[in-house]
Write a protein that binds this ligand. Structure first.
Ligand code: ATP
Length: 459
């Protein structure tokens, strides 16, 4: 049942601007958010959310998923509670909302007592000014004062909805690094009648199904937003050395000798080796990984954000919650864990809409090395390992496919709606490596993607 819904396009009931809330919603869309045209399925997801449906929104990076709950939050009476995994993501959102004049606050584990007390006080008012309250999953499950404040909001009819952001963290197939996400299905029993909107980054249909099953959301309306980043140019060249430092140096010097970029490395030690190699070659590089003291990590990140350092050589932990608009390239020097990881990691470039590159330096040997690492990982249970190995196979398939359009391969994998405008040939610049070769543009036209599956063109 859930699987079927995950693939279905938005329900027609939620289309259009004929609802009682539409005029005010449109006014806020234009005047507060400064936006003029809804993106694919955005209006439908917003309407369904305002109409108190349980909603699941899935889409690529920068697709505009946040608006699907931020706009309803402004329009609804009461407080929208957003559960988000990372402080950096939370702070980024709150800053953006403050700039728009929307009152958003956060409570996290180490929040100062006075701030927390003032927030609880505001939540106890008859008509709280706070429209969005951001919390971590740990906080919402463990903090007695917060649970009591939410219960009080519920009793007074002021708990507008729960938003589960970064819902891909719930799946055993994806990022199961936050166990408290796994208990969020209890929200429905603890706060009956409060709608839930789950928001996920790029995930394949089988992972959507897994998340819906785990969250046990009653009758969810599923909306898929775009996975296609038309300004990104994908390529998978062969890696010529073990760590790919020479490949990176010559590629960066040829394409972006001065622009901002990210080089993802497999291990912490490789980040440092890569940064040293790039610096020796005359490129300004910093390393960033969890083994560094906080102070050094922050300093590297700030230097990179301020363009004092051009390339950041990091493990994939880097980038979540960092919205630097002018990142021109992301290079992977090893095989990403899954198509989901790859899509998310490459999603960190080109947020300003300008042409940007996603280069994956691949070696056939990566398959065996990563497969062994997964099998030998004692911290992961056998079932999760099986999921990770299946994910890895999809990634290998993508890298080994030298024929089909990369964009189409990605879209097919994510089960997104492909339109004529999604074709590489429609992008004057951002044509993938496979389409640049002779006969492959014809394959794009035939609509054949990965494993020969056909895409449904909505033209
Ligand atoms: N309808 C729209 N028209 C133009 N810009 C939009 C629209 N909706 C959202 N945006 C803009 O797109 C950018 C990305 O939006 P948002 O942060 O909601 O994306 P997201 O899907 O949550 O991505 P991520 O998962 O990467 O955070 C923002 O700058 C936002 O203002």
């Amino acid at each position: 049942m859930a699987g079927k819904m995950a693939r279905n396009p938005a329900d027609e009931r939620f289309r259009g601007l004929d609802f009682a809330h539409s005029p005010e919603m449109l006014r806020m869309f234009n005047n507060i958010f400064g936006l003029h045209e809804f993106r694919v399925n955005q209006l439908e997801a917003i309407n369904a959310t305002i109409l108190k449906e349980n909603v699941f929104v899935v889409g690529g990076n920068g697709a505009g998923k946040s608006l699907c709950y931020q706009l309803p939050a402004c329009l609804s009476a009461g407080v929208t509670v957003v559960i988000s995994p990372l402080k950096s993501l939370i702070l980024d959102q709150i800053q953006k909302l403050s700039e728009l004049g929307i009152k958003a606050r956060t409570l996290w584990g180490d929040h100062g007592y006075t701030d927390a007390e003032s927030i609880y006080e505001q939540l106890s008012e008859n008509d709280p000014m706070i429209k969005l309250l951001y919390v971590t999953p740990e906080k919402v499950r463990m903090s007695r004062p917060l649970i009591e404040a939410l219960q009080s909001l519920l009793d007074r009819g002021l708990l507008a909805r729960f938003v589960i952001d970064e819902a891909q963290c719930i799946s055993q197939w994806g990022d199961n690094f936050r166990p408290d996400y796994g208990t969020l299905n209890e929200l429905q029993q603890d706060f009956p009648g409060v709608p839930i909107i789950a928001v996920s980054g790029p995930i394949a249909p089988h992972i959507q199904e897994d998340i819906l099953k785990r969250l046990q959301i009653t009758n969810p309306q599923v909306f898929t937003m775009s996975f296609n980043r038309t300004n990104l140019k994908y390529a998978v060249p062969t890696r010529t050395t073990m760590y790919g430092e020479m490949d990176c140096i010559s590629w960066i010097k040829e394409h972006y000798p001065r622009d901002s970029g990210i080089v993802y490395c497999w291990r912490r030690v490789v980040c440092e080796y890569m940064a040293d190699s790039l610096n020796e070659a005359g490129l300004l590089a910093c390393s960033y990984h969890a083994g560094m003291p906080n102070r050094d990590r922050e300093s590297a990140q700030n230097k990179w954000k301020e363009n004092e350092c051009q390339v950041i050589c990091a493990t994939v932990a880097f980038g979540m919650g960092i919205h630097k608009p002018d990142v021109r390239y992301v290079i992977h020097t090893f095989l990403p864990k899954s198509m989901e990881h790859y899509h998310r990691e490459t999603g960190r470039v080109g947020r300003d809409g300008n042409m940007s590159h996603c280069v994956l330096f691949y070696s056939d040997s990566d398959h065996g090395v990563l497969g062994r690492a997964i099998r030998n990982d004692e911290s992961v249970d056998e079932k999760s390992k099986d999921g990770e190995l299946v994910n890895l196979e999809s990634m290998v398939e993508y890298c080994s496919n030298k024929k089909d359009c990369r964009r189409i391969q990605l879209l097919t994998y994510f089960g997104g709606v492909a339109t004529e405008a999604n074709l590489c040939k429609k992008n004057t610049e951002a044509i993938c490596d496979n389409c640049e070769r002779d006969n492959t543009v014809t394959d794009c036209h035939s609509g054949k993607g990965q494993r020969g599956r056909r895409l449904s063109w909505a033209v």
